[in-house]
Design a protein around this ligand. Structure first.
Ligand code: GRG
Length: 320
């Protein structure tokens, strides 16, 4: 993840008392990202001439096109870090990690469709429906969503951990989670009765739920204690909302080339946002307070959570 200041005009966002050098954190994240990319490559259907594969080549191509477009891999990396902090191996959590990225990518493909945000650019390239066509984009999203559950069921051991991970992923991505949040977000568009509480309720479901899920899945894979699981859940809830606040700020102030997507989109669509409702500095302060809360929640893990702690602070400074 590229680390740089969000906007040099703003005051320094926080006292960065990370225990590891930024280069160490960057190296840990980069290594995890590469492991996830290799595993995703193995899990995604191959693009083979018609007739030789059970998956039609065009569908496999569209799935790969969107997944392998260079996202930050934040959700899978969080799952691996959480599992590791709880004493499990990265291998144990890899199916969950890849499933989270598949569900996330499906949500981006569908979010970009003309019926939703109607976007031309995602992860720095034409959106799936622009590069292929609408029907293929819908099916690529559907296929990623279902493949996600298949790989968690198949490759998570022991069975109780697999069942728990499936439940967490379903709750986070379904009607009470991301899909419900997306519906509420669409319904709020253009309405003038926005409040911070209503916005938070949308963001906690639309973006926050799928950012909390990796922490819970990492803990489930490791069969962690209730205390540790609850700490990771609170960490995930806090960084999930902080992440969305920064996303809102980037939409106002970010660099379109770095973001790899259209900026100023939220105001064009009449969406409620934190900077719109709270102002820029108060939004940054809120994100900072949430990151601090996330770090406090890691107490039961002690030094085993050092990377997660540093990551929480680093998320405040992301520029893409
Ligand atoms: C269509 C069911 C359905 C849901 C869509 C998450 C979502 C719901 C839409 C995405 C809209 C959006 C841009 C939300 C802001 C936060 C967010 C999810 C940003 C994208 O996530 P990153 O920054 O993306 O982790 P990369 O490309 O790095 O993976």
């Amino acid at each position: 993840m590229e680390i740089s200041r969000l906007d040099s005009r703003l005051p320094s966002p926080m006292p960065t008392t990370t225990t590891q050098s930024p280069s160490t954190l960057k190296a840990v994240m980069e290594r995890a990202r590469q492991q996830v990319d290799s595993a995703l490559d193995r899990y995604l259907p191959a693009v083979e001439p018609e007739g030789q594969s059970a998956c039609p080549a065009r569908l496999a191509e569209a799935m790969r096109y969107s997944v392998q477009a260079g996202g930050k891999r934040l959700r899978p990396v969080l799952a691996l870090l959480a599992a590791k902090a709880c004493g499990a191996s990265e291998a144990d959590a890899m199916a969950s990690a890849c499933a989270l990225e598949m569900v996330h990518t499906y949500s981006l493909i569908h979010d970009d469709l003309p019926a939703m945000d109607d976007d031309d650019l995602r992860r720095g390239r034409p959106t799936c429906h622009k590069a292929f066509d609408e029907a293929t984009a819908i099916l690529a999203g559907d296929a990623l969503l279902t493949l996600a559950f298949e790989i968690v069921a198949k490759d998570t051991h022991p069975a109780p951990a697999a069942v728990r991970c499936i439940q967490i992923l379903a709750e986070a991505s379904g009607p009470m989670g991301m899909v419900g949040g997306q519906m509420a977000d669409l319904e709020a568009e253009g309405r003038t009765d926005g409040t911070v509480e209503r916005l938070e309720a949308i963001h906690r479901r639309k973006t926050g739920a799928l950012l909390m899920a990796p922490l819970c899945m990492g803990a489930a894979v490791a069969q962690a204690s209730v205390e540790v699981t609850q700490g990771l859940e609170r960490y995930g809830r806090s960084i999930g909302l902080a992440f969305q606040i920064i996303d809102d700020l980037l939409d106002v102030q970010g660099d379109e080339a770095k973001l790899g997507k259209r900026a100023q989109k939220d105001s064009d669509l009449g969406k409620w946002t934190y900077p719109g409702l709270l102002g820029i500095q108060a939004s940054r302060d809120k994100a900072q307070a949430l990151a601090d809360d996330a770090v406090k929640a890691l107490a039961p893990l002690g030094e085993k959570a050092a990377v997660l702690r540093d990551l929480a602070w680093t998320l405040l400074e992301r520029d893409r």
